[in-house]
Design a protein around this ligand. Sequence first.
Ligand SMILES: [Zn+2]
Length: 308
Amino acid sequence: MRFIKTLSLALALGFSNWALADVVKFEKVTDNVYAFVGETDDRTKANLGLNANIGLVVTNQGAVVIDSGAGPLSAAAIEKAVKKVTNQKVVAVINTGAQDHRWLGNDYFAQKGAAIYAMQSTVDTQKKMLDSILNRIMGTDEIFKDQTPLHAAKPFQANDGKLEIGGVVFELKYFNDAHFPGDAVVWLPKQKVLFTGDHVYLDRLLGVHPHTHAVKWLDAFEQMAKLPAEHVVPGHGRVADMAAAQAETGDYLKQLVESVTEAVENMGALDDVTPSRDWSQFENLKHFQGWHGRNVSNTFQRLEMEMM
Ligand SMILES: [Zn+2]
């Protein structure tokens, strides 16, 4: 019934099946592993809130989707794109985070029989921040108003979770809080593919929000970077490798944390932070102008508060 409701909502709002199908397109990462690289700009009606990357792993017992999109419309678009890659049904969805585009499509896939998996830490944030998560996506456009938040039924309790589907091993790992508290990664040890969720931003500058703890994120990144990944599917931006993740996310986080820590410990001012370092290697990242200042001030306020 929900599917019919969603479909009629989509049609009522002028979205044909064709338009939905056009939004998501998976590219091959390695055998049986695919990624959709979403836009690196804001959520829009046209991108169905999918300004983020989504993963797909095809096994002989079904397809596994990593992150389910920003609601039923993006989930429908993901499902259509899956059908272009494989005849296998989506049997499982794994959430790497709590941000809207990571999990609000869970209900759509669950209605069609998929099992939902996530770490307990991720589910805790999905619940705790539900209002702000929903406000964010619903505020984008009225097409996002139809939402049924659904969490993983039995979240993995420790910092590691493991599941095997069709002979493919999926390891979920929580290292520390990253872009959102409770962010996790999905690691395919045999294929050496790492779906980093919002631990890694490529092509665009990462964002430190008031709820983001940059020191913890740096710690999570450094632990994650020890995995022997050959293919890195970031949360945002192109599919690449760990060297690119280090250069565009790890190095920036490190310099951000070090420069802000130094200023706070020396009773320095917020305005001292940026001139204290050379940021030129990050200036070519999209949104640097808009986000760098915010990243510095949110990190400064957080660390200053903790010092008091
Ligand atoms: Zn994100």
